[in-house]
Design a protein around this ligand. Structure first.
Ligand code: HEM
Length: 456
């Protein structure tokens, strides 16, 4: 036997490919102008250029992942973190110690603290609040009335999140103030994230003054809620109690700033995503009266003649499929970003340390390679036998991995209940002044939705 023959077999690391440059760039601006002009159409076409493509945004290279399996691999890999200019702008507005922007051990500890408040076995305790809010919504609507669906949707979303996660009588009135502060913030936040003009947003013109006042109000309201909860010495089993009792890695209580930032980091994106989806769901009900009929038939068969209760939600499978199909075609979260912390390999492509990576649930969930009749609204595609046809990670509106939305079950239960109650109470038709075209902001939603509520 020669020494040669016992030499261990070394497997050469695979040769990694450079992702191709997406077509359509122009000198100096690269792909930036296309992305800025029509981001949804631009992102939806990128897969024609490759599973991962390079984009030039001015002097910067950004990697776009377009194939569902690779978005899953990205979200599940420890080689990427949440970072980058968009996140820094968000931290400047909302606070630096919130779970949505933390990484590493801090993020893990924060997730452990907040997760129990969103666990499946916990959510039933939110039922009475969700029911109260959704029936208050439809009780306020009068038959024949034109409804400002933008305001109504955000109101119910904020009130449910705030009242469930920070329970107490002190919330009832403050939920209304939080709603109005967040409505102003949602209108201006996206612009401040993508066009970070820093001091220019402090110039005292009315729009800036209104935004800055709303931001200050939100921070003040959260401080008041935390102080009132402490003073009441009540400890309901909710998110706020979990935060007030949380310990850091040394076993010490977490700081005041972290409690404050956590409340804001959870309430703000939670309300904007759900509010946007309630708008999209109401648009779907107006555009697909046949779905209103199907939801009503399902409610009738499950619930009979009494009113829909939170406990019925898990049996309302068609209604839930209407919610899922709405999320597929109108995902609230339409773009996600990561940064590589090391030189790494994604699907055989070389991703360098420090690279910024984006992917779009909107593009993935409308891809004709993953969905037959991809543009058609078809809730039955989520029936168990047909859902099997959908490729893995081609439908992940709450994401996967360590950043997966903690509120997936909470949000699905909430949206299913809202859809069932609203579709049972009214039909809807477009009213004057409605502009259902898609508005692109931190979330996607109809621009301005005005619907007439029709009885029967
Ligand atoms: C994270 C979607 C509702 C709180 C996320 C992420 C997605 C998402 C896609 C992952 C972001 C990423 O990977 O970078 C949605 C959708 C919702 C919804 C579609 C409604 C239908 C909510 C609600 C709350 C909430 C109601 C809380 C009240 C959060 C938080 C994170 C998060 C705190 C950050 C998690 C982390 O970074 O560890 N959400 N969300 N979301 N969501 Fe949601």
């Amino acid at each position: 036997m020669t020494v040669e023959s016992v030499k261990p077999v070394t497997s050469e690391p695979p040769e990694l490919r450079e992702p191709p440059l997406a077509g359509g760039g122009v000198p100096l601006l690269g792909h930036g102008w296309r992305l800025a002009r029509d981001p949804l159409a631009f992102l939806a076409r990128l897969r024609d250029h490759g599973d991962i493509v390079r984009l030039r945004l001015g002097p910067k290279t950004v990697y776009a992942v377009t194939a569902p399996d690779l978005t899953g691999a990205l979200a599940l890999s420890p080689d990427y973190i949440i970072s980058g200019p968009l996140w820094e702008s968000l931290e400047d507005l909302l606070g630096k110690e919130g779970v949505a922007t933390a990484n590493g051990p801090l993020h893990r500890r924060q997730r452990r603290t907040i997760q129990p408040a969103f666990r499946l076995d916990h959510i039933a305790s939110y039922g009475p609040i969700m029911e109260e809010e959704v029936y208050a919504l439809v009780d306020r609507w009068k038959a024949g009335e034109t409804l400002d669906i933008t305001a109504e949707s955000f109101r119910v979303a904020v009130r449910i999140s705030a009242r469930c996660l920070m329970r107490g009588s002190y919330m009832d009135e403050r939920a209304e103030h939080i709603t109005s502060a967040l409505a102003t913030l949602f209108a201006g936040m996206y612009q401040r994230m993508v066009v970070p003009l820093g001091p220019l947003y402090r110039v005292p013109i009315p729009a800036n003054r209104e935004f800055n006042r709303a931001l200050a109000d939100l921070h003040r309201l959260v401080d008041e809620i935390v102080a009132d909860r402490r003073a009441s010495s009540q400890k309901p089993d909710d998110l706020l109690t979990a935060l007030l009792e949380a310990k850091d890695e040394n076993g010490d209580p977490i700081g005041e700033q972290e409690i404050h930032d956590q409340v804001i980091a959870i309430l703000t994106p939670g309300s904007e995503t759900v509010g946007s989806l309630v708008m999209s769901l109401l648009l779907v009900l107006a555009e697909h009266p046949d779905q209103v009929d199907k939801i009503r038939a399902e409610v009738k068969s499950v619930v009979g003649d009494r009113t829909v209760a939170f406990g019925d939600v898990r049996k309302l499978t068609h209604t839930a499929n209407v919610v899922v199909e709405t999320m597929r075609l109108h995902p609230a979260v339409w773009i996600l970003t990561r940064r590589a912390v090391t030189d790494t390999n994604l699907g055989g492509y070389r991703i360098p340390a420090g690279a910024d990576i984006v992917y779009s649930p909107y593009a993935i969930q409308r891809d004709p390679r993953s969905y037959r009749r991809h543009g058609e609204f078809d809730p039955d595609r989520w029936l168990p036998e047909r859902a099997k046809e959908v490729p893995k990670y081609a439908m992940a509106p709450f994401s996967v991995g360590n950043r997966k939305c903690p509120s997936d079950h909470f949000s699905m239960a909430e949206l299913t209940l809202i859809t069932a109650v609203v579709a049972t109470a009214f039909r809807f038709e477009p009213a004057e002044g409605s502009d259902p075209r898609t508005r692109i902001g931190i979330t996607l939603r109809p621009r301005r939705l005005r619907l007439r509520a029709i009885p029967g």
